[in-house]
Design a protein around this ligand. Structure first.
Ligand SMILES: *[C@@H]1O[C@H](CO)[C@@H](O)[C@H](O)[C@H]1NC(C)=O
Ligand SMILES: *[C@@H]1O[C@H](CO)[C@@H](O)[C@H](O)[C@H]1NC(C)=O
Length: 213
């Protein structure tokens, strides 16, 4: 017990946590097209920096609580995190049971190895689910960095939007030698209504859960 505490303290002092004012974010989005119906959208970080191919996982801490978050969207300048994650860090409770309203809270964050966020990915392959029709710029950049985490740990699905309202939930393949367009069972990028894969947003400040538009 004592040893564990000592190790935890030693680890904490070795890492380079950065203090920032963290604000709650209540509508799921992803600038690189991560499909919200296949990840835990209550554990997402929206940082001012562009999303890259290696640094997709951050740990945010407040007091003795911490969470891992997928950094898959770029904010306009704020350090936003999913409302539920923010509420949990601040109060110890989910925003769905004990929602709190308040401005930015000073918290610590650090970029951590992507493996720490794999449990937030809900695909059977545990690979980052990306839109086959709309993530190709990002995918091409990451494939250009062949050792990057995203290059080696993504899958493409024939869903058009991060909130999973259009397309087909099927895995596509990509062979850049043949084409720079993924190949899917249905035609790529057809905006068919996709039902049964809702993304649930937890609204600020009520904590009400609604299907994302
Ligand atoms: C990403 O991480 C991989 C594996 O650790 C490393 O080889 C590569 O150089 C990194 N790329 C960048 C751009 O940091
Ligand atoms: C693509 O072409 C390169 C170079 O010819 C080859 O090494 C690689 O195996 C090919 N990839 C696929 C998926 O066919």
């Amino acid at each position: 017990m004592l040893l564990t505490t000592f190790l935890a303290l030693a680890t904490a002092t070795l890492t380079s946590a950065i203090g920032v004012s963290i604000t709650p974010h209540d509508r799921y989005s992803s600038s690189v097209g991560v499909l919200g119906c296949h990840i835990d959208t209550n554990r997402v970080a929206y940082w001012p920096m562009a999303v890259d191919c290696n640094n997709t996982c951050v740990r945010v801490s407040y007091g003795d609580r911490s969470v891992h978050l997928l950094r898959i969207d770029q904010s306009g300048g704020a350090y936003d995190i999913s409302y539920d994650a923010w509420n949990y860090l601040y109060t110890g409770s989910s925003a769905t049971t004990n929602p709190v309203a308040c401005g930015g809270i000073w918290m610590d964050y650090e970029t951590t190895t992507a493996e720490n966020c794999v449990s937030l990915i809900r695909t059977p392959s545990q690979k980052l689910p990306l839109s086959a029709a709309n993530s190709m710029n990002y995918v091409a950049i990451c494939l250009g960095q062949q050792n990057s985490w995203v290059a080696q740990n993504h899958e493409l699905r024939n869903i058009l939007d991060p909130t999973c309202t259009r397309g087909y939930d099927e895995i596509c393949s990509l062979n850049m030698n043949v084409s720079n367009q993924p190949s899917c069972l249905h035609l790529l990028g057809v905006p068919a209504a996709l039902t049964g894969k809702p993304v649930i947003d937890v609204l600020y400040p009520t904590g009400h859960q609604v299907v994302a538009p």
